[in-house]
Design a protein around this ligand. Sequence first.
Ligand code: A3P
Length: 346
Amino acid sequence: MLFKQQAWLRQKLLVLGSLAVGSLLYLVARVGSLDRLQPICPIEGRLGGARSQAEFPLRALQFKRGLLHEFRKGNASKDQLRLHDLVQQLPKAIIIGVRKGGTRALLEMLNLHPAVVKASQEIHFFDNDENYGKGIEWYRKKMPFSYPQQITIEKSPAYFITEEVPERIYKMNSSIKLLIIVREPTTRAISDYTQVLEGKERKNKTYYKFEKLAIDPNTCEVNTKYKAVRTSIYTKHLERWLKYFPIEQFHVVDGDRLITEPLPELQLVEKFLNLPPRISQYNLYFNATRGFYCLRFNIIFNKCLAGSKGRIHPEVDPSVITKLRKFFHPFNQKFYQITGRTLNWP
Ligand code: A3P
């Protein structure tokens, strides 16, 4: 009898215990999601119209993820999206470069902001003659659906170094905002080399060492014909852009700092884009396995960048690094002077 009572009591305690743990987990999840939604969701004053200002921003965020996801899966029609006031808008800001500067990380991180919608693919509209020939409507149709009050951002790093691009972008929108993310030029050049090297290795192609490409073996000077070197002479490219756009329309992002301390860099971009500050430390967490910051959209959805971002660079002869740094130094000084942003590059 006593044994039966004890078993019954144990069973009851087990049920009560499970209920308590379940409720606790629910509360933690709820508080977690509220914590997160409060700082990043409201877009005061930006999502006007007849709707309730208080609830629209949250819905905007949900729709932004949900409907677009359905659309990609082919479950939502274009008409349904239009019914929700969703439109395809030309970008109000473009990440024009620099290749290997952290352009993908910047775009993905800005996309954490509820008022920002990213074009996932690099569109290469302005740098590719064939695409450009298809016209601005073709470009607009490549843009994701968004609310009219949201801003669309695309990134195509080839824009920064392609001759024709500034004029073409100017013709589309002379007041567009332009983001340039840069890294210490020698590191960027090695990162550029590493990417090309990986492609060549995959195709079983022969390749040279970085040192052989970056230094002209005849003169022992820096080889300015090597594209990875040329791309890192930021000031030369920027000067071409300045023939079309005033410097106030550019914002320089420190790509090295975006790796180690992304939030302050993103806050500067929010300011430049006149967006209310909505990206918080909650949205960025350091992943020790990846060795990089990853993105937290909510309590359920996190993501790190693909493995192709954050490659291990080959070791480069220190004397070549010193030579390159010396070479880039005067160009860097000019870049700081023009942009008004001093980066502590060697
Ligand atoms: P490495 O592969 O040399 O490390 P891009 O997107 O313009 O191609 O730039 C790639 C670079 O973004 C990577 O270069 C990496 O260092 C940098 N990066 C910045 N933040 C990152 C992040 N959170 N996750 C992964 N890579 C990041």
